[in-house]
Design a binder for this molecule. Structure first.
Ligand SMILES: [Zn+2]
Length: 122
C-alpha cells in the first residue's frame, strides 16, 4: 500500500481514483507537458524554419543556374542563408563535400562560391 498520497504532477492537488493517474485533468496534463517540452518545441520550430528557408534559397538558385554556374556565398547570405543549418552531408571525393538541406545541396568551391546540386534519392 502506498504511503504518500498521490498528487497531480502539475498542480499538486490530491488525486482520487485510479492509482495510475498522474494529473487531475486534461488541462493539468497539457500544462505539465508544455512546461517540460515547450522550449524544445520552440527550438525545433526555429531550426526547422531555418532549414526550410535554406532549402528555398538553394532551390531558387538551382532553378536559375542549374549546377553549372558557381554562385557566390555572399548571394546566399543576402537571401538569409544559414551555413550552419543543414540536414546531411555527403562526401563524393576527397575534396568534394556536399552539404544538403533536404534534397538541395551545395559544395563550396574555390573562392567562397558554391555549386548547387539537386539530389534525387536519399
Ligand atoms: Zn492538477
Amino acid at each position: 500500500m502506498e504511503m504518500i498520497a498521490k498528487q497531480c504532477l502539475h498542480c499538486a492537488k490530491k488525486l482520487a481514483g485510479r492509482t495510475d493517474k498522474k494529473f487531475c485533468n486534461h488541462y493539468c496534463r497539457s500544462s505539465y507537458h508544455n512546461v517540460l517540452y515547450g522550449n524544445r518545441s520552440n527550438y525545433m520550430r526555429r531550426v526547422n524554419g531555418l532549414l526550410l528557408r535554406n532549402r528555398k534559397i538553394l532551390s531558387e538558385f538551382f532553378a536559375l543556374h542549374q549546377s553549372d554556374t558557381l554562385v557566390p556565398l555572399s548571394e546566399l547570405y543576402i537571401k538569409g542563408f544559414s551555413l550552419g543549418h543543414y540536414t546531411h552531408q555527403q562526401r563524393k571525393a576527397k575534396n568534394q563535400l556536399y552539404t544538403y538541406c533536404y534534397e538541395y545541396g551545395y559544395m563550396v568551391t574555390g573562392k567562397n562560391c558554391v555549386k548547387i546540386v539537386l539530389q534525387f534519392n536519399t
